[in-house]
Every structure is written in C-alpha cells, then in structure tokens.
Design a protein. Sequence first.
Length: 195
Amino acid sequence: MVRWEPGAAERLQKAALELFATRGFEQTTATEIAESVGLTERTFFRHFSDKREVLFHGQQLLADAFLAGVDAAPPEASPIEVVASALQSAASFFPAERRAHSRLRQSIIDQNPALQERERHKLASVATTVAGALRSRGVDEVAATLAAESGATVFAIAFTQWIREDEQRSLAGIAAEVLRELLSLTATASAKIPQ
C-alpha cells in the first residue's frame, strides 16, 4: 500500500462517490474506499471522520463563499441585496466543470434519508451563518432571518435546477432568476396582505 501521496483526500472522495453510486452508500465501507485507491483505512480516517464526511467535506468552504458575498456587498445594501451578493459568491463555488460531480453526489444523497437530513442541516447552517453576518451589519433579527432563510431556499432550488441532466445555465444565472421570482411573489403578495 502507498504510505503517502499528495491528493489523498481528493482520490478518496472520487473513489467513494464511484463506489457509493455503483454499490450503494450503506453497502460501501471506509476500508473498501481506501483500498480501491491503494490506501489504508487509517489514511481514510486521517482525512474523514466517517464515510458520510466524504460527501460533506468542504461544507465550511461553501459557508465561507456565502460570507465572502456578504462581505462584498456595499454597506448601504438592503438585506435581500446582501443575500443576492452571497448567492452570487456561493455560485462561484460551483463552476460548470463541477456539475457532473454534483449530480452524482446528489443522486447518492437522494437515495438515503439520513444523508438527505444532513444536506438539509448543511443548508440550515449556512442560513444561520448568513443571518449572523446580516445582524453584524445592523440588520434586525427578523429581517436577517427572513433574508438568510430565503437565500438558502433560493440556493437549494437553483442548485436542484443546475444539476438537471439537460441544464446548461450557470448556477449564478439560475440563482438570480429564482431570486427574482421570489421577489416578484413577495411584491405581489405584499399588496394583498391586510394591515
């Protein structure tokens, strides 16, 4: 077995996705993942705490991308404009060349209720992080929470569209369209809500 080679984490991730897709998540062990790329189980656990982490590795990088968008928004931006900036920044985390990987990853998650729950938790954590960043900009609690939760929902809807087999648009473009649809819905509804 190879003792050390650069890129072990990436090789383990790639092998895990392939094994999860062909054999199933539950049927694949960490040992099998490691052995498939000539590494030991011990090496696997140096990079990942368990096999679920292979699918969710990089979660902090996504949260950081959202926060970078919050930071990039001008000081006078409204909460929803800040969220739009955060969505654009997060979308840059998913260039076109990541689409096939993202499709495969999502197909594995979609087949396992525990992984689906973990994915929902990931988005909820992002929303909590963005809400905190909005509050740090002086946005009140309710507006910060509404804007951040709306942003997480927009991202989830846009991502689902982006990974469709026939989709060619960028994630940033789709997210902007979904956000415009949300704003259109709220503008229409606000005129009809009794005071």
